[in-house]
Write a protein that binds this ligand. Structure first.
Ligand SMILES: O=P(O)(O)O[C@@H]1[C@@H](OP(=O)(O)O)[C@H](OP(=O)(O)O)[C@H](O)[C@H](OP(=O)(O)O)[C@H]1OP(=O)(O)O
Ligand SMILES: Nc1ncnc2c1ncn2[C@@H]1O[C@H](COP(=O)(O)OP(=O)(O)OP(=O)(O)O)[C@@H](O)[C@H]1O
Ligand SMILES: [Zn+2]
Length: 456
């Protein structure tokens, strides 16, 4: 019999976390099927900041817009889905899974949720959600379904019950790990080829009050493949976690911001570091050894190599892809309308002369890369000597402390990005690079440079 969550089931679910688009709940009831699961429910923006997924009307009840159906036509499962949850599940399984290794991708299952269940969840979670997240978006009570996924921050026993042994999980949102080299990047934006998008975006976020401190984390370190640089990246994430890093103990958050919290000042993260250190003691680990364990697992599992390859499907950068978007929607290109530079115009004309087939391929890969630049990784560990290992986990021996660990690695948030977000991507990209360039020029002319201080 199909599972339906009704109003009376809401009390078994509690707030676990959230991002911009989804609210995640963990299960505390007694149903053997639901133990060890989280429920991922869609939210709707309370005010329209970025485009929602394209309109569902006029598509014969299908979840993708006409243009998206064209874009994803090779993936029948996506095109024929009639709910956005099914599209997202299909996208994780059929598009992202093969690129990132299905072993690390959990598509979950789609289950029916009643409107009363969603109303009840909306009421019961409001107090626990960060205020800025409540102001930005709310549970979408018009959804009929939600995704049921394994809780990747815990281990289950071989009988499928919760395991009482201590386990730790780190969640990393790596963001874009390479510098673009596209020939379509305008000369005025050439800084994009030598400064990470993450670093430039931090400055804009600080300016707009989204964060109160620059992050010292450098995605190029994390993706470098070098043990020392990955170690440095994780150390920086411990110092300035922002919304890029969290630690859980037995599924409960012990370090980092709840709900994708952007902020955590140095002082608080210092206190939190000590708290993590104290909690780790019980497992015989020091913070430095814990970081070493994270590094070893990242290297051994090779997940970052696969993630980087998926991110690099963005070959032409948004400055190239935006023109192909207009080829697909068959509308006049808003970028070309303002170009006066003849050489640039020549390059853009070339893009507009590409066939629909070529345009679809490039935009499709751009959107896949966008997913890969925004997803997160969950790495969970426990001592290997505690009993039967889970089927999807592996083990690692850490020489420096002489201990063996069981670990598992999972990708989170491999959502499909809507096609109509392309214009927003272009505008945000230009805003980030313009702000950064102007800031550098101003500081250079004053002879003062504060940029990059967090990294010093
Ligand atoms: O554009 P970015 O790089 O700021 O990424 C957005 C994220 O911001 P971040 O910089 O990681 O704090 C943003 O995260 P936050 O809300 O800032 O935690 C979302 O992940 C957003 O994706 P979506 O709207 O949920 O599909 C992300 O949008 P996409 O660009 O991935 O579509
Ligand atoms: N399968 C899972 N197991 C354990 N925790 C999870 C799981 N899925 C999500 N979470 C927790 O819930 C949080 C929000 O989930 P998720 O990243 O999927 O939301 P989102 O709205 O799609 O994010 P974004 O802002 O990147 O779009 C995660 O940061 C993580 O802490
Ligand atoms: Zn154009």
């Amino acid at each position: 019999m199909a599972l339906i969550l009704r109003e009376e089931d809401a009390m078994d679910w509690s707030y676990k976390g959230e991002g911009a688009a989804n609210l995640v709940l963990s299960y505390h009831g007694s149903s053997p099927f639901l133990i060890g699961k989280v429920l991922r429910i869609k939210k709707v923006p309370t005010r329209k900041k970025v485009p929602k997924s394209e309109v569902k009307s006029a598509n014969g009840g299908l979840a993708l817009s006409k243009n998206e159906q064209l874009l994803w036509r090779d993936f029948k499962e996506l095109v024929e889905s009639n709910s956005i949850e099914l599209v997202e599940q299909g996208y994780m399984m059929w598009v992202m899974g093969p690129l990132l290794d299905p072993k690390h991708v959990d598509g979950g299952i789609c289950i029916t949720v009643s409107r009363e269940f969603l109303h009840s969840i909306k009421r019961s979670t409001n107090d626990q959600r960060p205020t800025w997240r409540v102001d930005a978006a709310e549970v979408d009570i018009n959804c009929d379904s939600a995704l049921l996924i394994s809780d990747h921050s815990i281990f289950l026993s071989s009988k499928g019950t919760l395991n009482a042994d201590m386990c730790f999980t780190v969640e990393i949102k790596p963001k874009c790990g390479f510098l673009p080299s596209s020939e379509f990047i305008a000369q005025k934006n050439v800084i994009k080829k030598s400064t990470t998008r993450f670093k430039m975006h931090q400055l804009l976020k600080l300016h707009e009050g989204e964060i109160s401190q620059l992050s010292g984390y450098d995605p190029l370190d994390l993706f470098s493949g070098s043990k020392d640089r990955i170690y440095q990246a994780i150390t920086s994430l411990f110092t300035t976690p922002g919304n890029n890093f969290r630690v859980f103990q037995n599924g409960s958050l012990i370090f980092g911001g709840l709900g994708g919290g952007m902020d955590m000042t140095d002082a608080r993260s210092h206190e939190a570091n000590e708290k993590v250190e104290a909690l780790l003691k019980g497992s015989g680990l020091k913070l430095a050894t814990f970081i070493e364990l994270i590094v070893e697992v990242l290297l051994k599992s090779a997940v970052l190599d696969k993630l980087l390859a998926a991110q690099k499907l963005d070959l032409v950068d948004i400055e190239g892809a935006i023109h192909l978007y207009y080829n697909i929607i068959s509308e006049p290109c808003i970028v070309c309308k303002d170009v006066i530079d003849t050489e640039l115009m020549h390059q853009y004309s070339f893009l507009h002369s590409l066939s629909l087939e070529e345009s679809l391929k490039i935009v499709r890969e751009y959107l896949i890369a966008a997913t890969a630049k925004d997803c997160s990784l969950m790495l969970s560990f426990r001592h290997a000597d505690v009993g039967a290992t889970e089927t999807d986990s592996s083990s690692i021996f850490l020489k420096s402390c002489g201990l063996s660990f069981e670990y598992k690695v999972n990708f989170l948030d491999l959502d499909l990005k809507p096609l109509n977000k392309m214009v927003y991507y272009y505008e945000l990209d230009q805003k980030i690079v313009n702000y950064y360039t102007n800031k550098i020029l101003t500081e250079e002319s004053r002879g003062t440079s504060t940029i990059g201080r967090a990294e010093d």
